[in-house]
Ligand binder design. Structure first.
Ligand code: ADP
Ligand code: MG
Length: 261
């Protein structure tokens, strides 16, 4: 197996049934990329689109937990293709469905890239307007190879307003620029904290960082999502807020971002 062959095979080759691929990316881990990918995919669906979600975080898949589908496994009707796991109307796949929970993936980069490209190409996706991809964190070789190998329509960058996250987000935008994938914009997660008792908003990680980054890179700030306990709790219970609290201000914020996309 050689990555250059895979790259050539996949470059510009459309994925069957998939109209647009949106890569959700962040330079840094732990900024809320998966949380955003899940809620955003569901918000796009609530706005009337047909949506799939591919968990590309081979080393730390969290989509099955966040969608409450950890115990499910894709079927392989012809020993080659996989049927996606359906969750709240989303067609999904994740390495988390294929390995025992708690087992660490100790693959080297090329193996991980190959597994991801297989999930992308060999899943029997239904007709989709958008396939949202929760990209692995970082801007290293694997991410670059993937960005080149997957026919991505556009990227969305998730960051917190913290300086160290913003620096990494910058690298993310630069990486997509390098492979000529347009960046639709930036989502600032954990933008501010809402006090549960008094409703007061306070900033924790800094202010205006994502706005300034967006200006600097001539892209837009797609939305600002607060840090709130219920967002975390809903995901831990496998019922993302957009589903569990569809009328909440949080769900509205995610749908606003979906509209902008
Ligand atoms: P990443 O995919 O970038 O590594 P995650 O989406 O897994 O980050 O988020 C890291 C942790 O922070 C998760 O446990 C998630 O539940 C929590 N989290 C993310 N965004 C928020 C938010 N806006 N409010 C509260 N908790 C959040
Ligand atoms: Mg993640």
């Amino acid at each position: 197996y050689d990555i250059a062959t895979l790259k050539r095979a996949n470059e510009q080759q459309a994925i069957k049934n998939v109209k647009n691929i949106i890569a959700i990316s962040s330079g840094k881990g732990g900024v809320g990329k998966s949380s955003t990918a899940v809620n955003l995919a569901l918000a796009l669906q609530q706005e009337g689109a047909k949506v799939g979600l591919l968990d590309a975080d081979i080393y730390g898949p969290s989509i099955p937990t966040m969608l409450g589908t950890v115990d499910q496994h894709p079927l392989t009707p012809d020993n080659q293709h996989m049927t996606p796991i359906m969750a709240y109307g989303l067609a999904t796949n994740s390495i988390g469905y294929l390995v025992e929970q708690g087992n660490a993936m100790v693959w080297r980069g090329p193996m991980a890239s190959k597994a991801l490209l297989q999930m992308l190409n060999d899943t029997l996706w239904p007709e989709l307007d958008y396939l949202v991809i929760d990209m692995p964190p970082g801007t290293g070789d694997i991410q670059l190879t993937l960005a080149q190998s997957i026919p991505v329509t556009a990227s969305v960058i998730v960051t917190t307003p913290q300086d160290i996250a913003l620096i990494d987000a910058q690298k993310g935008i630069a990486m997509f620029n390098k492979v000529n994938i347009p960046t639709l914009g930036i989502i600032e997660n954990m933008s501010y904290h809402i006090c549960e008792n008094c409703g007061h908003h306070e900033t924790i990680f800094g202010e205006n960082g994502a706005q300034e980054l967006a200006q600097q890179y001539h892209t837009s700030l797609l939305g600002q999502i607060p840090l709130h306990r219920s967002l975390r709790q809903d995901l831990d219970q496998g019922q993302p807020t957009v589903i569990k609290q569809p009328d909440s201000e949080f769900a509205n914020l995610y749908r606003q971002v979906a509209d902008r996309i």
